[in-house]
Write a protein that binds this ligand. Structure first.
Ligand SMILES: [Zn+2]
Length: 453
């Protein structure tokens, strides 16, 4: 009789600063893996490691905020039909939690510091030739201002908040009396509710609004602001095209495989997923080809452009398949997500948490929106909005229009009556161009008229 393969663990044993979910794997087909977290050998009554219910190694702070060092001995054994049970194997983990008032930093590339609080929430500090910019203010309750001042020295500094969630605004109030603090006013009401609920010292009337088109000039860093409504209505990202760096907060989510963060769209601040697809088309028309690293609010290392492709594939899956795209989420437990890529093996895997129902603005087959119109060789006016139908283009030379359409299989887009594909360029001379989008079930028709002058 053959023996069941010995289970392996992902992540491998080691010391971590934050909670981990451990995936137990076994090469024998059909194997069931039982485990304990106290070092005793598993029995038939021990919990089974299910794909959506993994052993959780909690990170603990005591009542005073002190970080607790927790040691976990994960003991596992696999059994499979017509096989002898595997060897019993143990994996030792330490979760060495930081105190809630502690910050740590690393210069991840010249002039760019990643600052982490006790929960590993990422803030970024950019030291330019002339100015510094702190991006986000974390979840921790320590002296972030003192910590940042030690890094910045005499440089003048501003503070940019990517969005109004608690893990990005907790220490924001420390800066308001001496620094300009920027955050989209779309997130003010939400930030206010967190301030009330969590007792943050924060004067929201001092916050300066942020909008797409602004540039933060630090001397040698030029950070362009783009809006990515979705995770929150005021989510903003920063791009330095010379370096190819994006700082994104949570606008594109995170894909840490062992926590896992995903893109949180199951929360009250989130847009319908088809609206988020529209936002992705619009922002990608501006940023694609101009960056190669995305620093987010939760990943330990920057994400490459391929991650956005996977993320957009997940969004499109949700639009196309609706609830059929869902499986139980790893975090939060009891939630639902859609996922593309293998979490354990694929560094570009992406997942999006959504509510079980109602995550589209309309049934999939009724969706048909010109999400974004990219114009080369001319200037579009007014600025493109999916709800506006009439435009002019002041041509500077040969004009190329590229329509991006939020739609599902079976919907169609035509240009001057000829079928066209979303994302495909269309060259025009002067005259009128009519772009029509018809939903899969024929109920929705949107017409956009662009006059090229
Ligand atoms: Zn967030």
């Amino acid at each position: 009789m053959r023996t069941t393969a010995t289970p392996t663990a992902f992540p491998a044993p080691g010391t971590f600063a934050v909670a981990q979910q451990v995936t137990l794997l076994c090469d024998t087909p059909g194997a069931v893996i039982r485990y304990t977290l106290d070092g005793t050998p598993p029995t038939a009554q021990s919990p089974v490691c299910e794909p959506h219910d993994l052993p959780m190694l909690a990170a603990v702070n005591d009542a005073t905020g002190k970080g607790v060092r927790s040691c976990y001995t994960l003991t596992a054994q696999a059994t499979a039909p017509e096989h002898a049970p595997s060897a019993v194997v143990t994996f030792d983990y330490v979760i060495d939690r930081r105190d809630t008032d502690v910050y740590v930093s690393t210069e991840v590339e010249p002039g760019l510091w990643m600052i982490k609080d006790y929960d590993d929430t990422k803030m970024y500090l950019i030291k330019g030739r002339e100015r510094a910019l702190l991006i986000d203010a974390g979840l921790g309750n320590g002296q972030l201002r003192t910590f940042v001042n030690d890094l910045v020295g005499d440089l003048p500094m501003s503070v940019f908040i990517t969005h109004g969630h608690p893990d990005h605004i907790a220490a924001m109030g420390q800066f308001e009396d001496a620094y300009d603090v920027y955050m989209s006013h779309h997130d003010l009401a939400m930030a206010h509710s967190f301030k009330e609920r969590l007792g943050y010292q924060l004067d929201l009337s001092a916050i300066i609004d942020v909008h797409e088109g602004m540039v933060f000039d630090l001397g040698d860093w030029h950070l362009e602001v783009y809006q990515v409504p979705g995770h929150s209505q005021g989510s903003m990202i920063l791009l330095d095209a010379t370096r190819g760096v994006i700082i994104a907060g949570d606008a594109f989510g995170s894909n840490t495989p062992t926590i896992p963060h995903a893109l949180w769209m199951q929360i009250p601040s989130a847009s319908p997923i088809d609206h988020y697809l529209t936002a992705l088309y619009a922002v990608r028309a501006h940023i694609d080809g101009r960056y190669d690293r995305i620093y987010g609010g939760h990943n330990d290392t920057p994400l490459p452009p391929a991650y956005l492709d996977t993320l957009q594939a997940v969004v499109q899956r949700l639009v196309d398949e609706e609830q059929a795209a869902l499986s139980p989420s790893l975090r939060p437990r009891g939630g639902w997500w859609a996922q593309v890529g293998d979490r354990v093996r694929d560094p570009h895997w992406a997942a999006i948490n959504v509510p079980r129902e109602g995550f589209l603005s309309a049934p999939s087959r009724q969706l048909a929106t010109l999400a974004y119109l990219s114009v080369h060789g001319g200037t579009l006016s007014p600025r493109f909005l999916p709800t506006t139908g009439e435009y002019t283009v002041q041509a500077r030379g040969a004009v190329v229009l590229t329509p991006y359409v939020t739609m599902t299989a079976g919907a169609c887009v035509t240009i001057n009556g000829v079928p066209h594909r979303s994302g495909e360029p269309y060259a025009v001379a002067t005259g009128a161009v009519v772009i029509q989008v018809v939903a899969a079930d024929g109920t929705t028709t949107q017409v956009y008229r662009i006059v090229v002058e």
